[in-house]
Design a protein around this ligand. Structure first.
Ligand SMILES: NC(=O)C1=CN([C@@H]2O[C@H](COP(=O)(O)OP(=O)(O)OC[C@H]3O[C@@H](n4cnc5c(N)ncnc54)[C@H](OP(=O)(O)O)[C@@H]3O)[C@@H](O)[C@H]2O)C=CC1
Ligand SMILES: O=C(CO)COP(=O)(O)O
Length: 343
């Protein structure tokens, strides 16, 4: 198969590598000429996947038309913030039969749209088609080292999801399908908020008790919002919910965790953003979900406490106190959302 991968950051490059290992013809689009030259000449991507060799069969290009012209599959994998402008660039050249996949994780501030909805909005009528989402617990660094990884693909078209499952599946990259695209995208986007919160917790020197509490109560608020948006609550117990929450909150590779850790250790949000040379999706998603929870009147205390640190200059200690001093609650409510047969 001919596959075009749009975005040569850490995740785009790692997924291109999986596809190349599976024997597909892969073209990888980057907006930077020097990066295309590095990939084609030295077979490395030192900025995003240092010390890895990228398969020589992957051809990098800055020409987006050339990249997608003969593609059977097009994988969009740029940060959420860059998704709309990237779809605008590529859409005039999308072949009629090409399957569109995205692997980005975020919610857009202001519109509160999921990534597949943003892509659909930007596609001209003649290019509109069901989009397939690839998500799950998968750090690019481990995938590029061929360490065992499982992900989920989801689409409103189960046939397309199964085609994408076949495209990626191999001995170190196992792919499941799930029909619940809302739950899959919400889980993948919102776990970044909780990972930022756990980074703050660790930067403050709080312990494992608080970490477990943030993950558990974080999942509760993800389920609450997800169900309100029409997701199947059981999706949040799967790879794209609990699975991705665990990997992002506990891994040294997580950029969201790292950013939170630096803020918890005393750096300002501006300083941290200047220092990070990779995307920290959780920051914009916190803003989007803070707005969305207000609009839908869904209680999301962890997201809202984090919002005060990121956007209103509250100190991390104040935010933690804000959470600990909330009124008395019952725990069963989110469990009933998970197990209520009517959901
Ligand atoms: N890294 C991971 O392990 C995983 C990441 N993801 C998700 O994948 C998405 C991409 O993340 P990731 O690859 O990690 O990000 P990185 O920070 O590693 O790389 C970002 C990439 O996006 C490019 N880019 C940034 N802005 C633009 C723009 N305006 N137009 C075109 N290209 C742009 C960058 O190009 P340049 O170098 O020129 O700036 C770079 O190639 C995110 O939504 C992330 O949450 C999902 C699962 C795992
Ligand atoms: O989504 C990811 C792992 O599944 C990557 O998380 P970070 O963006 O925090 O590195």
């Amino acid at each position: 198969m001919n596959v075009a991968v749009i975005g040569a950051g850490s995740w785009g490059t790692a997924l291109a590598l999986v596809l190349a290992d599976n024997g597909h013809q892969v073209k990888l689009w980057t907006r930077r000429r020097e990066q295309a030259e590095e990939l084609n000449k030295y077979h490395t991507n030192e900025m995003y996947l240092p010390k890895r060799t990228i398969p020589a069969s992957i051809v990098a290009t800055t020409d987006i038309e050339n990249c997608v012209r003969a593609a059977d599959y097009i994988l969009l994998v740029v940060p959420t913030q860059a998704m709309r402008e990237t779809v605008k660039k590529v859409s005039p050249f999308i072949p009629q039969e090409a399957v569109l996949i995205h692997a980005s994780k975020g919610i857009e501030p202001d519109t509160h749209l999921r990534v597949s909805e943003m892509i659909a909005e930007e596609l001209p009528d003649e290019s509109k088609r069901p989009i397939v989402v690839l998500s799950g617990p998968s750090h690019a660094e481990e995938v590029s080292d061929r360490k065992p990884t499982t992900v989920t693909v989801s689409s409103t078209s189960i046939q397309l999801a199964e085609k994408v499952q076949d495209l990626f599946m191999n001995h170190y990259f196992r792919v499941y399908t799930n029909k619940d695209i809302i739950g899959v995208e919400i889980g993948g986007a919102l776990k970044n908020i909780i990972a930022l919160g756990i980074g703050l917790n660790d930067g403050l020197g709080y312990g494992d008790n608080a970490k477990a509490a943030l993950m558990t109560r974080g999942l509760a608020e993800i389920v609450r919002l997800g169900v309100n948006l029409g997701a199947n609550p059981l999706t949040f117990t799967g790879l794209t919910g609990l699975g991705d929450l665990i990997v992002t909150c506990t891994s040294q590779h997580s950029r969201n965790w790292r950013a939170g850790y630096k803020i918890g250790s005393g750096k300002s949000v501006t300083e941290v953003l200047e220092e990070m040379d990779m995307v920290v999706e959780g920051i914009r998603t916190t803003k989007a979900v803070h707005e969305l929870s207000k609009r839908l009147q869904v209680d999301m205390p962890i997201t809202n406490a984090l919002y005060t640190v990121l956007f209103e200059d509250a100190s991390p200690v104040e935010a933690a106190q804000q959470l600990m001093k909330r009124g008395r609650k019952q725990e069963e409510e989110h469990l009933s959302l998970l197990f209520d047969k009517n959901n």
